[in-house]
Design a protein around this ligand. Structure first.
Ligand SMILES: [Zn+2]
Length: 217
């Protein structure tokens, strides 16, 4: 059994554990060489067996396995074609993030890990019909430049060089939404200035942490 299948099971379970999706919501994938392994449609991410992840050849689209792949297959493959550097994609419906962004509020940096791990900014995409060409185009357009994309009235997409990195971004996005919601309820959040963001991006100490994050456990 390929290690990648076991890793996908591990992160599928973590997504439910961290409340980033409920029921059969969300879909994830990982890439190895010319092949992409995708979650099957209709399953909660924590109930997929190693052999049930659907293997697909990225260029030919040839599919191995009997189950139907996630309806967001086009979005996943589009991101891998656009970004040869990424090896994992996590799409979730995180409740606090989804609430905040659907109220029209985007997530903005106000603490160092936001900048170091999520990036200096996170794009917020208007609602598009899921499971098809529209969402593929909307996400791929942003994933060219960003590692996390927020989808109004839908959820979030995060990518990484490893599943660990993509998952950490998905988890931290939701934790950030919680912090931002609390801050907004209590008062006015002081967001980072452009200079403060640049200073974090230039920190040598962050290079070491980013390197560790890319390593798959
Ligand atoms: Zn979705």
């Amino acid at each position: 059994m390929e290690k990648i299948r076991k890793d996908l099971c591990k992160y599928g379970k973590l997504i439910l554990e961290k409340n980033l999706a409920a029921g059969p919501g969300g879909n994830i994938s990982a890439r190895e060489g010319d092949y992409v392994y995708l979650s099957p449609s209709g399953f909660a991410l924590d109930e997929i067996l190693p052999e049930q992840w659907i293997k697909i050849h990225l260029n030919t689209g040839k599919q191995y396995g009997r189950l139907k792949p996630t309806c967001e297959i086009s979005m996943h493959l589009g991101c891998y074609i656009e970004r040869p550097d990424i090896k994992a994609i996590i799409h979730t419906h995180p409740p606090v993030t989804l609430g905040i962004i659907s109220a029209g509020v985007g997530l903005k940096p106000f603490y160092p890990d936001f900048v170091a791990i999520l990036g200096p900014e996170i794009p917020l995409v208007d609602y598009v019909i899921p499971a098809g060409e529209e969402i593929r185009q909307a996400v791929v357009k942003e994933i060219k430049k960003y590692n996390v994309v927020l989808l109004k009235n839908h959820g979030a997409v995060s990518v990484g060089e490893t599943l660990k990195e993509a998952f950490t971004r998905a988890w931290m996005t939701e934790e950030t939404a919680k912090m931002q919601a609390i801050g907004m309820m209590i008062g006015k959040i002081r967001y980072f200035t452009e200079k403060e963001i640049k200073d974090i991006e230039n920190l040598k100490a962050e290079d070491y942490r980013k390197m560790l994050l890319k390593k798959m456990k």
